[in-house]
Design a protein around this ligand. Structure first.
Ligand code: HEM
Length: 402
């Protein structure tokens, strides 16, 4: 990284490219180096302003008037990326979000929680038929569980469900520069896109689950038909890879930190802390973005009006100015819920309760069946530009009881 730092209050510049093969293989390290360079950095290659530290990320996320969602870095239209909500400001955003939150009513959440717990128990009990089992946690646990429970909640048909991971992967690579990886992911996602288009329509999605609720809002005249389909599509796009990530990442973190698994086994009531720490330690969303609606100051730096911005959530989650010993995985850390892995402000994640419930269901089932876990090979980091996670986590689960 080279610097051409100039006048006071001018944003420091850098030739850092967050999308090289090297950076994608280890974004914690490379985005971390950017964070240690400055709290706001102008990435000259893309003419984008990256916000890298916890306090400044919170400021930008909370100030929706100065930092708008109407545009953002790499915001070109893509069929994988519904513009609804994520690319809106109030009042349009407020109206849609209010309706969307009805999908996550207390009654809905209670029913889903029971279904998630049953399914997780069946999955983990089925895997732990012997005292020791070796598997890929991404495929055999994260993907398998989410494909079942999330798509049941959406009311999607069984056939073709395996395609969703390619759609979600392309969606998480679509707010990103148009490089070879972008086009490769979009090509792999194409059949999945067709499946999603088909299964977000009223005739299919409108029959059960969240889809039915959304199309009822359309029938009641509270949502247009087009926005209804966009909303279902947005939930398809936002809720798959991210939660496969939070579940798989938790297994990776505990396999690497056996003392923390032993601590959780002894104190299962720390499970909610464990979920927050996993989200901080391995945030499934590396960045989102904003556009500066007016000239604005962040940490003494002047961001010009119209600047395209990247909000670097992953780098903030390891900011040593906020987190003590940020590279340690510690389910008893003090400010454990201070992470912004679900964003912050009015655009904070709509599905965060669902994500926590799904992760809790799997961790709870693992706590009842698995005494210890260890990696049996090197995990593979996903080649994903906007997301962070693993495509493979080879792990061994051991149980004395079986
Ligand atoms: C661990 C899992 C998840 C993570 C880490 C995550 C992360 C995020 C982040 C970082 C944002 C953007 C915040 C911003 O730019 O300010 C977001 C927004 C959103 N998420 Fe999630 N998400 C997860 C799961 C889900 C699930 C399960 C759903 C749906 C059921 C979902 C639906 C959405 C929607 C609709 C938005 C847009 C909200 C708005 O613009 O107001 N997410 N999420």
């Amino acid at each position: 990284m080279t610097s051409t730092d100039s006048a006071p209050s001018a944003v420091p510049t850098s030739d850092y490219d967050p999308f090289t093969t090297e950076a994608l293989a280890d974004p914690i390290r490379y985005d971390g180096e950017l964070r240690e360079y400055a709290s706001v950095v102008h990435l000259t290659k893309y003419d984008v302003y990256a916000v890298t530290r916890q306090d400044q990320l919170r400021q930008v996320g909370r100030d929706r008037k100065k930092f708008s969602n109407k545009s953002r870095a790499f915001a070109d239209l893509s069929p994988y990326k519904p513009t609804l909500m994520l690319f809106q400001d109030p009042p349009e955003h407020t109206a849609i979000k209010k309706l969307a939150l009805e999908l996550f009513s207390k009654e809905n959440l209670q029913a889903l929680d029971a279904a998630f717990r049953d399914e997780a128990e069946q999955l983990i009990a089925g895997v732990m038929t012997d005292g020791a089992v070796e598997l890929d946690a991404v495929d055999a646990i994260g993907t398998k569980f989410i494909t079942k429970v999330f798509l049941d909640a959406l009311g999607a048909p069984e056939e073709g469900r395996e395609l969703l991971k390619h759609f979600a992967d392309a969606a998480l690579n679509s707010t990103a520069p148009k490089n070879d990886l972008y086009y490769r992911k979009h090509a792999i996602g194409a059949p999945a896109l067709e499946w999603v288009e088909e299964n977000t329509k009223r005739e299919t999605a409108g029959q059960q689950g969240w889809g039915k609720q959304v199309y009822t809002m359309v029938d009641e005249g509270r949502l247009s038909e087009e926005d209804g389909q966009q909303l279902v599509k947005l939930v398809f796009a936002a809720g798959f890879d991210t939660t496969v990530g939070s579940i798989s990442n938790s297994i990776r973190a505990f396999a690497d930190n056996p003392d923390q698994w032993a601590l959780l086994k002894e104190n299962p009531d720390l499970v909610d802390n464990a979920i927050e720490e996993v989200l901080r330690y391995y945030p499934p969303v590396r960045y989102t973005g904003r556009v500066a609606a007016v000239e604005s100051e962040v940490d003494g730096y002047v961001i010009p009006e119209g600047a395209q911005m990247m909000t670097m959530w992953l780098s903030g989650s390891r900011d040593p100015r906020f987190w003590e010993n940020p590279d340690a995985f510690d389910i008893r850390r003090e400010n454990i819920s201070g992470h912004m892995s679900f964003g912050v402000g009015i655009h904070a994640c709509l599905g965060q309760h669902i994500a926590r419930m799904e992760t809790r269901a799997v961790l709870t089932a693992l706590l009842s069946h698995v005494d210890s876990m260890q990696l049996t090979g090197e995990p593979e980091v996903s080649d994903n530009m906007q997301g962070f996670g693993f495509t493979k986590i080879p792990v061994r689960f051991l149980s004395k009881r079986s």
